[in-house]
Design a binder for this molecule. Structure first.
Ligand code: SF4
Length: 378
């Protein structure tokens, strides 16, 4: 495994370590869904081992003031993107709505298709961005922290997220939503350098109030999960019903990279799909020709989604495991977490509802929520 601790400390890790020693700063951390099912692999645990509790304890030992969950941010992304999709259905389009949480996909769409996709790619910030925005707007105020003294660190499976956090549209009140981004491997290397015996750690729990999340948020880490989470919330908002059945996707006749499904929403038959970059390019040309058959398209640049991001532990063929097997094991770990959650619909996250009551006029998709949780791509 290409997981040996690197002797050179990454710049962002050293910078955060300095801030952790500064008593005038409050340094908080959020951890993306995919990290909890891969970090253990850096410590010789089986692929896909769920190490949420040990990861939290390790982060506390490293010195963070509070350990929060990007899954809370994923629930925010889901409720806003669901509200956006239901509004679109009621207006009759334009279609399709594309997800905005995958930076690889969004960067391709902006660069290759420029303004063509304006109005089609969701304007909602990624889970990291939504989390950071609420940490600045809500958590800092609740804890009487000067926004200048709040430092938000995120642990992610994705190298490109380091860039996302420096884009001007990912800001709140003049501050970047996220200040520093470490990958899963960065965190593992620091745990090793600190001499923390990861496998012996007791399980810790996320801090309140930005540590509560639903099953819908957890599956953001794998392909198809964003779409499933959005459908659960759309159905709940549309009918009041809690729908958590696993959706059955079938390969599209257009491409094996596209998996599709048809559902009923707001009294209409809605066709949705998820795909990787091969399918995304095909669908993009169909959109340009005015022939796209889908109402919602989830694109994940990494095959299998964030669980296979470039910041994740790598397994070499000589280990006797294929990328598909790695992907299946991590994906099934996320599904297990989803199935074991008491609440699996993002719109029912109680801490999230408190945030909406406190700062977003109690309504998903409200003007106030839009100001803080959405972005403009220009
Ligand atoms: S799918 Fe890959 S590129 Fe996209 S956000 Fe996840 S890790 Fe990053």
């Amino acid at each position: 495994m290409d997981n040996v601790a690197k002797p050179l400390k990454k710049l962002e890790v050293s910078q955060v370590e300095e801030l952790l020693k500064d008593s005038s700063k409050v340094v908080i951390v959020q951890t993306a869904p995919a990290v909890r099912v891969s970090l253990g692999e850096m410590f010789s645990l089986p692929i896909g081992t769920k190490v949420t509790g040990k990861m939290i304890t390790a982060l506390r030992k490293i010195g963070f003031s509070a350990v929060f969950d990007t899954d809370f941010g994923a629930d925010l992304t889901v409720v806003e993107e669901s509200a956006e999709f239901l509004k679109r259905i009621k207006k009759g389009g334009p279609y399709p709505q594309f997800n905005s949480c995958c930076i690889g996909w969004v960067q391709l769409a902006i660069r290759a298709y420029q303004n063509f996709f304006d109005g089609l790619i969701s304007t909602v910030k990624s889970p990291l961005g939504c989390f950071g925005a609420v940490a600045r707007k809500y958590y800092a105020a609740k804890k009487f922290i000067n926004p200048e003294d709040l430092v938000v660190v995120s642990i992610v499976p994705c190298i490109l997220k380091k860039n996302e956090n420096q884009l001007p549209y990912n800001t709140t009140d003049g501050f970047f939503d996220v200040d520093y981004t470490w990958t899963t491997k960065d965190l593992a290397n620091l745990i090793m350098e600190r001499g923390i015996d990861f496998n012996s750690l007791e399980d810790g729990e996320f801090d309140d109030p930005l540590g509560e999340s639903t099953g819908g948020a957890t599956i953001f880490g794998r392909s198809g999960g964003v779409l499933e989470a959005i459908i659960r919330t759309c159905i709940y908002l549309d009918t009041g019903k809690v729908f958590t059945d696993d959706l059955v996707f079938t390969p599209s006749p257009l491409s094996a990279d596209i998996k599709e499904c048809t559902i009923t929403l707001a009294g209409q038959e809605i066709k949705v799909c998820h795909c990787g970059m091969v399918g995304a390019k095909l669908i993009s040309s169909l959109v340009q020709q005015g022939n796209c058959p889908y109402h919602f398209v989830e694109v994940m640049a990494c095959p299998g989604g964030c669980i296979m991001g470039a910041g994740q532990p790598m397994h070499l063929p000589k280990e006797g495991v294929t990328p598909q097997q790695v992907r299946d094991m991590r994906s099934s770990a996320l599904n297990d977490i989803d199935h074991s959650q008491e609440i699996r619909v993002s719109a029912l996250n109680k801490s999230l509802l408190k945030v909406y009551d406190a700062i977003f006029d109690g309504e998903f998709g409200s003007k106030k929520a839009e100001e803080v949780l959405h972005r403009r791509y220009k």
